[in-house]
Design a protein around this ligand. Structure first.
Ligand code: MN3
Length: 215
């Protein structure tokens, strides 16, 4: 099994001025590629064979062989988190639809409350990591999840819908150490259409990967 770096769904200058071309190219071509390479090397070295997607491997992290568990968690998590990050940003970001707002209001009260809590929990995370808007599979509701390093909500019974990268490599070139400003400006890039599509998939009963996992 070999994982590959997905191409960016837009030109590398498309997210300026929030993310400069240089910053996006470094992040995608160097950091994300690095996670993919290290993941592939680790799986090859361990002789691990599977047709699972990276999402499926992360969901069953605890049952993976000890020889690859840590590498799937770190490098596989890095691969999955960044792949979702590129998809959930857009140069022509639109506001959430009425339908999406209904889901947000139901769980958080309002979009501005969600944004406030997202920023607060993101700022509060110590060290490197991510803040996610996710679907809690067990509770069947939207939830926020702040996780360290490259951990994925998939390994915690949740499906990530919207990730914000809180590693310094995500913002240091332009925002230096100002994580709060980074989260504030990143918010204007959210591709809510993609978030909504993922949410509808995860809310649909009997979705394919749930059946495959026997959950
Ligand atoms: Mn990153």
């Amino acid at each position: 099994m070999t994982f590959a770096l997905p191409p960016l769904p837009y030109p590398s200058s498309a997210l300026e001025p929030v993310i400069s071309r240089e910053a996006l190219e470094l992040h995608h071509d160097q950091h994300h590629q690095g996670y993919v390479n290290k993941l592939n090397e680790a799986l090859k070295e361990a002789g691990f064979e599977s047709d699972d997607t990276i999402e499926q491997l992360l969901r069953r992290l605890d049952s993976l062989p000890g020889t690859i568990r840590k590498d799937v968690r770190n490098f596989g998590g890095g691969h999955a988190n960044h792949s979702l990050l590129w998809e959930t940003m857009s140069p022509s970001a639109a506001k959430p639809s009425e339908k999406m707002l209904t889901h947000i209001n139901q769980q958080f009260g309002s979009l501005s409350t969600l944004r406030h809590r997202f920023g607060e929990e993101g700022e509060a995370l110590f060290g490197s990591g991510w803040i996610f808007l996710a679907w809690d599979d067990g509770a069947s509701r939207l939830a926020l999840s702040a996780l360290p390093n490259q951990d994925s909500p998939l390994s915690h019974g949740m499906t990530p819908l919207l990730p914000c990268d809180l590693w310094e490599h995500a913002h240091y070139l332009q925002y230096r150490n100002k994580r709060a400003d980074w989260i504030r400006d990143w918010w204007s890039l959210i591709n809510w259409k993609h978030v909504e599509t993922q949410l509808e998939k995860v809310r649909a009963p009997g979705r394919a990967d749930t059946r495959a996992m026997g959950r």
